[in-house]
Design a protein. Structure first.
Lengths: 264, 318
């Protein structure tokens, strides 16, 4: 945002800062000293061949894994080593590579669970249904419906989520993640298993999510989509950072071409 | 609407049944329904198995029995003590146990049930050992005594109804959705910000409190308790009731309690083969109606209606 013409004194601090993070499983180094920053309002992609450490990186950011070394800071505060369920209330939401919906529940209920950290009702509230609980529930349903509308799936709100075709499930999962009102949304291979039309819709949805002021960090294999919508890219190879930059810079990067696209 | 029907049925049954033995049997069905309602919240909705649920039932029953006989407490004072003690035990046991999953959780709760049973049987000075405790006073509220019979039947079934409403409300709420989410995908539930351990322990305590209430009512109904009513077989019976009725179905819990409480009465001759019969029922249901009787029968109904409708539309087109 701040071009050379503006006279801001300091650059805005990054929303997410990952500093020399290392994580290994047994003898395998899944991440070796990876550092990068995600600026607020960007669509930031992480690419790399299979086994490059992309999903491990996601799991470190959400707190599912505790890195051996290094630091993860979200909004300027260190978050590594926390509990997994704390990420959502901090403002980090995620989707999963293989879609992890609550299959026995309706689409609407899935999105309502997504809003768990933005609501308060506990067991006493559920049993006595105080007026504030009813109000909270009404508002949560209204917000959830608004999100389903936003994701273009409002007409399937009442369907059991496990019965939906895979592509729709992915959109439900994104709507569910948005229900926690995140500042950073992590998408783990969102285009995997989608057809061409769905991938295009996904791209449009990601842009409109960004337009809502939510920063996106995605792992993706679909090169067309990634190059088209990302502001910045991070390239991982064998657990280490290979390159970082705009799509154009990455496409021009010799090392990336060799390691990732496999040039002779 | 359904609640009013439920209430009318309770009233009508209470008026229609005169035989004291049958009234007591139906009262025990009510006690067992309270147990299954609680266990169903834990197993059916949150997806956490407990093979030691009879222990909480026993702790509730023994606490009130000991306090009202040895210590001469009025039952109304013993009730909060029984509920509180059971809740504390559930909390202490729940935290380490509910970190386990699958078979390990089954083994953990099984072990807990065994420990409580052995304690009840061997701690003779307090629990009366294998011969149990006798002379538990009937329930008295003010100067009014609720004697086993019609009054007690109504008391128990009104409690069932109260717990039923609590279950319905919890299931259809933020906490209920969190429990079902844990059942479906614990990984995703945690990513949504649900503190899964805390949620599981909470529902564990809730189901234990239901069991303590049932134990309290059972002790003052029968006026005599012994460890045999709270053994491993009772835990299995409760699990069977939940599974047969249909997990994650509140009405299923009621149905399961009904069938498995009345079945042994109808099948007196098979008393020695109880375990075999339960096992066969459990296997048959799991193989043919894995969703339980309520859901299973509903599914069959829907399927046949669907078939009928499509056959009819095909006929009208042809």
């Amino acid at each position: 945002m701040n071009g050379p013409g503006t006279n801001s004194t300091a650059p805005a601090p990054p929303l997410l800062k990952v500093e020399s993070v290392s994580k290994s499983f047994g003898g395998i180094h899944a991440l070796r000293g990876v550092s990068f920053e995600v600026r607020e309002g960007d669509i930031h992609a992480v690419i790399g061949p299979n086994g490059a450490g992309k999903t491990t990186l996601f799991n470190v950011i959400t707190g599912a894994y505790n890195p051996e070394r290094g630091m993860v800071a979200f909004e300027g505060r260190e978050v590594q080593g926390g509990k997994i369920h704390q990420a959502a209330s901090r403002g980090i939401a995620r989707t999963f590579q293989n879609v992890e919906l609550f299959g026995s529940m309706s689409v609407l209920e899935n999105v309502l669970v997504g809003g768990h950290v933005r609501t308060k009702c506990g067991f006493p509230g559920a049993i006595f249904r105080w007026p504030w609980v009813r109000k909270e529930e009404r508002e949560a349903v209204a917000r959830a419906m608004e999100l389903l509308e936003f994701a273009g799936i409002a007409d399937i709100a009442g369907n059991r989520s496990a019965d939906l075709p895979f592509g729709w499930q992915r959109f439900v999962e994104i709507a569910r993640a948005l229900a926690s009102q995140p500042r950073l949304l992590l998408l783990d291979e969102p285009a995997a298993g989608l057809n061409g039309a769905e991938t295009q819709r996904l791209g449009e949805l990601m842009r409109s999510i960004r337009d809502r002021g939510i920063t996106l960090l995605l792992v993706e294999h679909d090169m067309n989509l990634t190059m088209e919508i990302s502001d910045r890219l991070l390239v991982l190879n064998q657990g280490a950072k290979l390159a970082e930059g705009t799509p154009r810079e990455i496409q021009a990067n010799e090392a990336v071409m060799e390691a990732y696209l496999g040039r002779e | 609407m359904r609640r009013i029907v439920f209430l009318i049925v309770i009233l009508a049954v209470g008026l229609a049944v005169d035989n004291p033995y049958r009234l007591q049997l139906l009262t025990i069905v009510g006690v067992n329904t309270m147990l299954t309602l609680g266990l169903n919240m834990l197993m059916g909705y949150a997806g956490q198995i407990s093979l030691g649920h009879a222990a909480f039932y026993g702790i509730g029953a023994y606490t009130t029995a000991i306090l009202t006989t040895h210590a001469q407490w009025p039952p109304l004072l013993a009730l909060p003590a029984a509920v509180l003690l059971t809740a504390v035990v559930a909390l202490v046991v729940g935290f380490p146990t509910l970190k386990l999953t699958g078979y390990y959780l089954g083994m953990g709760t099984l072990g807990f049930g065994m420990i409580v049973y052995i304690l009840l049987r061997e701690w003779s000075a307090v629990t009366g050992g294998a011969s149990g405790l006798v002379g538990i006073p009937p329930l008295a509220v003010g100067g009014f005594t609720i004697r086993p019979g019609r009054d007690y039947f109504y008391l128990v079934w009104l409690m069932v109804m109260l717990l039923f409403i609590i279950c319905e409300r919890v299931v259809d709420s933020r906490v209920g959705r969190a429990l079902r989410a844990i059942h479906d995908s614990e990984k995703a539930a945690a990513a949504m910000g649900i503190d899964t351990i805390r949620a599981k322990v909470s529902v564990f305590v809730l189901s234990a409190v239901f069991a303590a209430l049932a134990g309290f009512l059972y002790a003052h109904l029968i006026s005599f308790i012994s460890p045999g009513s709270f053994d491993f077989m009772m835990s299995i019976r409760l699990v069977t009731m939940v599974v047969i009725g249909g997990m994650a179905s509140i009405w299923g819990a009621v149905l399961g309690a009904f069938i498995l409480t009345l079945l042994p009465e109808w099948l007196h001759v098979f008393a020695d083969y109880e375990v075999i019969i339960y096992g066969s029922i459990l296997m048959t249901v799991m193989i043919f109606l894995p969703q339980g009787l309520t859901r299973g029968v509903l599914d069959i109904y829907e399927r046949s209606r669907h078939k009928f409708n499509s056959a009819r539309s095909a006929a009208s087109q042809g």
